[in-house]
Design a protein around this ligand. Sequence first.
Ligand code: FPP
Length: 242
Amino acid sequence: MFGRIFRKKQEQKDFSGLVMPRHIGFIMDGNGRWATRRGLPRVAGHTAGGEAFKKICEYCINRNIDMITVYAFSTENWKRPQEEIEGLMKLFVENMHESIEGKRAKDMAITFIGDRTVFSPEMQKLMAETEKAHEHCPNKMNIAINYGGRAEIVRAARILAESGQEITEETMSRNMYTSHGPDPELIVRTGGEKRLSNFMLWQSAYSEFYFTDVLWPDFDEEQLDKALDYYRSVSRRFGGIK
Ligand code: FPP
């Protein structure tokens, strides 16, 4: 019932006419195991994950997917060893510079979602510059960094309460970080675990979920197409009947 209020059931198609989700969320899990299996430090897994991430962005643009959201760093990831955190931050900074300098064949309009106030002023400035660099790109990407789904819901409720607005599903949705796009029709999680890990809790109410044992650095074009085939194979009824 509620899904019908907010969800337009219009179908998104790629350039060859295949039905596509308009928004895909990616939980990019398995970088650490990918590295450990090769006798490499965990950070090497994140570097390989960064390469997979860039390719997946391009494949999604090629498939006419309007928006992707990637889970790059959760509020829980601060518990990791300092060396790994520093390696990840370095990778994010390098990626932002690459994006600003227009080094990619294809780019997306980037929005960082999550609480960025914990980052240094330099890092926050770089994030703002990255967002500005390709803001007119038709395809959009949200990078979840220091992000937690529960915190996002609390934040939305606070904004509404503090501004004296009514709290409804619609006003809450409008105050989620991803309100500039549709809710994700598909969430992909690599690395074998079958859980959301605090990712887009509000937005995923009606999402389809695709779980694969493939580790994120090995998630390639063929794997993306498997996830999209799965999406096309499942029936989406939003609590109604077909
Ligand atoms: C989870 O794998 C992955 C992360 C915490 C980081 C994800 C980051 C990237 C893929 C880097 C590229 C991203 C951007 C936006 C440049 P894990 O380390 O928990 O893997 P494990 O479960 O095997 O230990």
